[in-house]
Structure formats: structure tokens, C-alpha cells
Design a protein around this ligand. Structure first.
Ligand code: ATP
Length: 240
């Protein structure tokens, strides 16, 4: 159960970009965060995932502040997913064991299977033992993203923060990845930072972050009916 209370953040002292955000995530809920560019969505996402400690306030899981958890424990609770894809030098199996050093080949295969990557992984010259990363067999961006998702399956956090901000992937590949991603999201609490609005419509709740504050929060239909900031964003996005 993740709770943010009065979270503030300043990249530079005296220049806060988040101004006291409260958020109580229901276990298993899908929350979409939307808002204008530069409003603080990605920054707040990093706070929720414990990537940066807040400048003020706290994010806690089960009443324990994220910043008080050892990194290995933290990543078993909440992880940040971006569309940056890092493949490290080593074998494909090594790339997955970064998430869980004790994982055996069967677990690694299962994790790849969960993200629809087992077919191509098995077809590599040496299968799981193929050297990848710089100087090794080159994975496509979509394969690299699947490797990142398979790492998440091994980490098995109950909460995921998805930041679409850094989408470098070809939209056609992104569509192929949606099924892989859906498999990883199943049964977890998900905070999706929606730089594009389609994610918001299907979420349980939508939070609008505007100038470092949550200005509106509620189900999509309620916010559209309210005719406020979200309704404006939604209508302008639909007419694009
Ligand atoms: P977008 O939708 O454009 O990605 P966002 O809502 O995710 O925007 P953030 O990226 O969280 O917004 O940025 C919030 C504010 O913090 C902006 O004013 C931005 O310029 C500033 N900011 C973001 N990252 C840094 C950084 N690393 N150093 C200094 N300022 C930063």
C-alpha cells in the first residue's frame, strides 16, 4: 500500500517543481497521471518509485518510507519502467540475472516467456548464453525492451510506475510490446504517466498534475463530466 504525503521536490534549492502532493494508491488500482508538459509528472513518478528521495514529505509502502528501505527490498516493492532499453555486456541470461542473481535457467525462460520473448531468445546463436550488448549480438530496440520487462517479472514488484516520457521506440514496435507489457502489469498496482492520453481513459482513476500539484483526481468519466482541466485536455487530445 503506497502513500505519498506532502511530497515536494526541488532540483535546485529554492526552486520546487512539486508542491506538496498527497496520493493514496489503492492496492491493485490503475492510476493514470496526466498534465501539461513540464508539470512534474515524471518527477513525481521518480518519487513514487523511490528513485529520488523527496525534498520534503515522504512516500511510504506499508507505513515504511521508501528511502529507509535497502535497495534490494525497495525494488521488490516498486519499480520504475521507462522506455529506455539498456542491454548490458554479457550473456542474455546475465542480463536477466541482474534482476535476480539466483534465477536458474528455467526461471529465466519463464520470465522471457511471460513477455513473449522466448521464441527469439531460443533462436539466438547460443540461446540464453548468447553474448549481447556492445560488441555482442545486437538486439532490436523492441527485444531490448522485452529484456527490461523480463527483468521486472523476475523482480516481481507489487507496484509499477510506467513513464512513457522517453519513448524512443517505433510506434509499430510499441504496439507489439503492448501484449508483453500487459502480461507484466497483470495483478499489480500501476501508475501510468500518460504523456499521451489514451492510457487515461482505461484507468481506475486519473490524476491531473498541473504546475507541481494534483489539481484534479477521479475516474475518467467524472472528470470529463466536471468540465475542468482534464475535460479540456481530453477534448483537445481527441480533436488532434
Ligand atoms: P513532460 O510531459 O514534458 O515529460 P513532466 O510533467 O514529466 O513533463 P518533469 O519532467 O517532471 O515534467 O519536469 C518538471 C519540471 O522540472 C520542469 O520544469 C523541468 O524543466 C524540471 N526538471 C526536470 N528534470 C530536471 C533535471 N534533471 N534538472 C533540473 N530540472 C529538471
Amino acid at each position: 500500500h503506497i502513500v505519498a504525503s506532502e511530497v515536494t521536490y526541488a532540483y535546485r534549492e529554492g526552486v520546487p517543481v512539486l508542491h506538496g502532493i498527497d496520493l493514496d494508491l489503492a492496492i491493485g488500482e490503475r492510476l493514470a497521471i496526466v498534465g501539461p508538459s513540464g508539470a512534474g509528472k515524471s518527477t513525481f513518478g521518480r518519487m513514487l518509485a523511490g528513485v529520488h528521495p523527496p525534498t520534503g514529505g515522504a512516500v511510504s509502502v506499508g507505513g515504511v518510507r521508501l528511502i529507509d528501505l535497502p535497495l534490494a527490498d525497495l525494488r521488490g516493492h516498486v519499480a520504475l519502467v521507462t522506455q529506455e532499453h539498456h542491454v548490458f555486456v554479457g550473456t542474455l541470461a546475465d542480463n536477466l540475472r541482474l534482476a535476480k542473481a539466483s534465477a536458474d535457467d528455467a526461471e529465466i525462460s519463464d520470465a522471457l516467456g511471460a513477455v513473449d520473448a522466448l521464441g527469439w531468445a531460443r533462436a539466438l546463436p547460443q540461446g540464453l548464453e548468447t553474448e549481447v550488448g556492445s560488441g555482442g549480438h545486437e538486439l532490436t530496440p523492441a527485444q531490448a525492451q522485452q529484456v527490461a520487462l523480463a527483468r521486472l517479472v523476475l523482480l516481481d514488484p507489487h507496484t509499477l510506475v510506467l513513464d512513457e516520457a522517453t519513448s524512443l521506440i517505433d510506434p509499430r514496435q510499441a504496439r507489439d510490446l503492448e501484449a508483453s507489457l500487459a502480461g507484466v502489469l497483470e495483478g499489480r498496482t500501476v501508475v501510468a504517466i500518460a504523456h499521451r492520453l489514451y492510457t487515461a481513459h482505461d484507468a481506475d482513476r486519473v490524476a491531473v498534475i498541473d504546475a507541481g500539484r494534483i489539481s484534479e483526481i477521479g475516474p475518467h468519466h467524472d472528470l470529463v463530466a466536471r468540465g475542468g482541466e482534464y475535460a479540456k485536455l481530453w477534448h483537445s487530445w481527441q480533436s488532434e
